[in-house]
Ligand binder design. Structure first.
Ligand SMILES: C[S@@+](CC[C@H](N)C(=O)[O-])C[C@H]1O[C@@H](n2cnc3c(N)ncnc32)[C@H](O)[C@@H]1O
Length: 278
């Protein structure tokens, strides 16, 4: 995909690695300036996934009663509507599944996904020289989008390292002009003392909705920046705590969280990891 997009001379593909197991304090990761984080999500924004239930067609042997063949229908030239099939039990099951997806099961799935997404986002914040992180999903659910971002912003890690949202007025022209922004009501409570308001943050998000005049799939993206990385590194250097210059094997210079190279047990990661120099 990188090659097709004409990016092979600029993007190194490091396939088959678990992002959560990378130590941000070790080379070459300690030099990364920007991360594009596009993690696994529910995919609920993808047209044709959640809104296209499997169609279970009635079968003759499953109790489906054939209509007696009408003489009228045999007549040439008559364009009669197809008779509605009798409602087979299998279709009830499909309806049941669809209902589950909007209830308990969906809630549980979103909870698990958003916890994982937050883990990934916080890990991205740990790269010592990173100045930019994008976080995107093809989900329509605020749980995976606005909620994850606000939790990340409220984390001690983001606050200590100075991560904030890239405001709409700082974005490139095309993104700044895009009208569909975050859902204000879903931006949650920012911690007191936050340097940005909920209005500023929801305005900074870019959303795409499916089934609208824009012709897009469902998508969400937020940009995070931090302004004084070099100053923070210089300060840490003078205190001898810069991850680059230290020999420690874990990047946990955070008093709040111990980094242990966490990863989801049993998950197979077949993804690509892209490192992009700023
Ligand atoms: C939405 S897809 C990314 C699509 C990609 N950006 C593209 O445009 O083709 C999410 C990817 O994240 C990968 N992933 C999930 N957890 C990961 C981890 N811990 N380390 C690396 N990749 C991971 C999944 O395997 C999946 O390929």
């Amino acid at each position: 995909m990188v090659e097709r997009a004409g990016g092979k001379d600029h993007v190194k593909v490091k396939a088959g690695q678990d992002f959560l197991k990378l130590d941000p304090g070790k080379q070459p990761w300690d030099d990364i300036g920007a991360l594009l984080l596009d993690p696994s999500c529910s995919g609920s924004g993808i047209v044709g996934r959640d809104d296209m239930p499997t169609l279970v067609l009635p079968e003759k042997h499953a109790g489906f009663v054939d209509r007696p063949k009408s003489k009228k229908r045999k007549r040439k030239g008559l364009n009669l509507p197809t008779p509605a099939p009798e409602h087979p039990a299998e279709l009830d099951e499909e309806i049941q599944l669809a209902e589950d997806q909007s209830g308990e099961k969906l809630r549980g799935r979103l909870e698990a996904l958003s916890a994982f997404q937050l883990k990934l986002l916080l890990h991205a914040f740990r790269f010592p020289r990173a100045k930019r992180v994008t976080y995107s999903t093809c989900s329509i659910h605020a749980e995976e989008n606005e909620h994850v971002v606000v939790k990340a912003l409220n984390s001690p890690l983001a606050q200590q390292r100075g991560w904030r949202i890239l405001r709409r007025d700082e974005q490139v022209p095309g993104m700044k002009a895009w009208d569909v922004r975050g859902r204000m009501g879903e931006c949650g409570d920012l911690l007191p003392g936050s340097i940005q308001t909920s209005e500023e943050i929801s305005e900074a998000y870019i959303r795409c909705n499916k089934g609208t005049k824009e012709g897009t799939q469902g998508f969400f993206v937020a940009g995070f920046v931090r302004d004084n990385v070099d100053g923070a590194i210089a300060e840490a250097d003078s205190e001898g705590t810069t991850p680059r210059s230290s020999t420690r094997s874990s990047p946990s210079d955070e008093p709040d969280e111990e980094w242990e190279g966490f990863s989801d047990e049993g998950s197979t990661v077949n993804s690509m990891l892209m490192s992009i120099d700023s």
